[in-house]
Write a protein that binds this ligand. Sequence first.
Ligand code: SF4
Length: 680
Amino acid sequence: MPQNLTKRQVKRLPDEVRFSGRVLFLADDAEAIRRQLAGEDLPWPDTIALRDNISTDEITPAYICYYYDETLGDFPYLGLRAGKEFPITRGSIRAGGFVCSVAGTRRGKGSSREQSPYAELCAGVRLVIAESIERIYRENCQNLGVLTSTDFSLIQRVRRGEPIPLAVFTRGEGDITRGIIEFGGLFQYNVARMQGKVTVPAVTTPPRPMTLAEKIIARHWVTDLANDRLGVAAVRAGDEGFIRTDIRFSHEYVTPMAAIFWRDYVGEHERIVDPGSVFLFRDHLTFLDLAMTDARKAEGLLDVALELKKKQEEFATQQGVKLYGELPRAGQGLHGIPTGSEAICHSKILEAHALPGQVIIGSDSHTPHAGAIGAFAFGVGTTAVFNSWLTKDVRIQVPPSVLIRVNGRRPPGITAKDFMLQILRHPYVKDGHAIGKIVEYAGEAVEDLDIDERATMTNMAAEVGAFTGLVRPDEKAVEFLVRERGAKASEMRALLAGLFSDGGAEYETVIDIEAGDLEPMVALPGDPGNGLFIGELGKQVKIDIAYAGSCTAGKKSDMDMYAAVFKDALERGRRIADGVTCIVQCGSQEVKRYCEERGYLEVFREVGAQFIEPSCGACINAGPGVSYDKDTVTISAINRNFPGRSGPGQLYLASPYTTAASAIAGYITAWEPGGVAVGV
Ligand code: SF4
């Protein structure tokens, strides 16, 4: 532990807290909000209709997340829609002197971005009240020291400046969450833990049959942080504690904010723990300059976004941490921005770093990608990333497990993406029952997949809403590690010892999918759960853009699929359909080299597809392939198609085969080897 933290005074908040400031009602009526911003305190209880379903996108729209420090306090609720208006303007919340913010149901839904509660905190909001509060947003609030409650009787007490017992905010919470609230945030709690002022309750689960994930968790369970002791006999769903990480990574949306926390709370010159197992990535915004509208550029947002890159680079240099950054390419890009990243974070972690049985945390919801080789990998928020730099561990409450088996043999042309679109439309998943669970994928059809294809499934555990997804590591994982990294087969095989689910391990649900029943699938715009067999579309859907890329679909095996379809097309004298823009984007420089070696770049060029360098690009509405109007129809092999995800157009999801075949046909269609496009 850094010396200055051994002496840092950390103490629990007083037994009673007082709030001094105004209460803001996030109302459905723009005028009601404007009146509050002008200084009027609305009567309560009254007929104020509160806004439900306020997403983190509304609290801090994506472009606001280019800011990473206290400036965020200028922006909370800038995207909040009240009726048809957006009444909240820059600086108005801070200027209004609000200490408490009140909303309706499902506050903080959507993206897990911690910029949202941090923006509220920086604007002065210390208490969030809502009829219901989404889990990740609530956890982010707790980690930052923002109090949360669903008790509306507190409103009058806040207004009267009455003392409120802290216990009101900790009631019903587990020991660790209670501790985090009492210490005013995760960092303060962790310092208290490192100073021995709090003890994490021991896990007492007796030996029992465990799932693969539970075994990895049990091996990594921190029993004594100060003396670096790990491991318990067994865990079960609900056990709460900390687990030691093997790899921690973050991308440019998160690193700068975490770095600010590090500077402010720990000290700029303190070194992070075990920097060799920390990786940083510049991947999300590499091509932003090519996608951002001129209006946004005129507002100065591109310059703000470029600061993320600069700050991340500074932190990497200062800490001696490996940064997978951008590759310079003279004469390309605007503002001197080089084109192309070294890799998308998950792609590189799986290609070069993850090992079976490891615990990996990353700042992205698709961190479970590495579950393809049996790693326990999951996404965390900024405060958790920052704390892991200090403690190398991460808080966990063991989630229940769900087993999803894909049985039998898959028909030709059916891919992992088709499995996932079928899984996502299963009622158990679609109705949200898998949210926060561990998903273990198994069955003959999963075992038959190569590691890249398994990664499509574990990556899309994020769309399932799962805590993570993983596959039992087997000989294919060993072959992958030997082939991709030159690892020793015997050493890799040794890692597999014990990495399987025991007979009798507990699953909350088992879902069986028959691979033989599947046909190529497509998800209608709006949600990855809107899956249909292409034959069920019932009409011909013409496309304008085919985007073949992202972490999910920019791997080597994805490139094999695109190239197979395009070679087939070329042999039949066909090219990308007139009026269709087709973009192929790889997930790493390693994948690009693979394409070069196999002559794929030539195939892509001949068929009329544009090949571009690694980056998240259009997947995050930040690169070539985005749509600019609502009538544009895109087919894409990416993992999610929420409204606005890749521009305002209509985004259909499909497999790499279907994406490529549709680019040739000009409308959504499956691929039949030797036939290019079947049509509907
Ligand atoms: S490619 Fe898309 S899904 Fe993957 S990490 Fe980037 S933004 Fe996220």
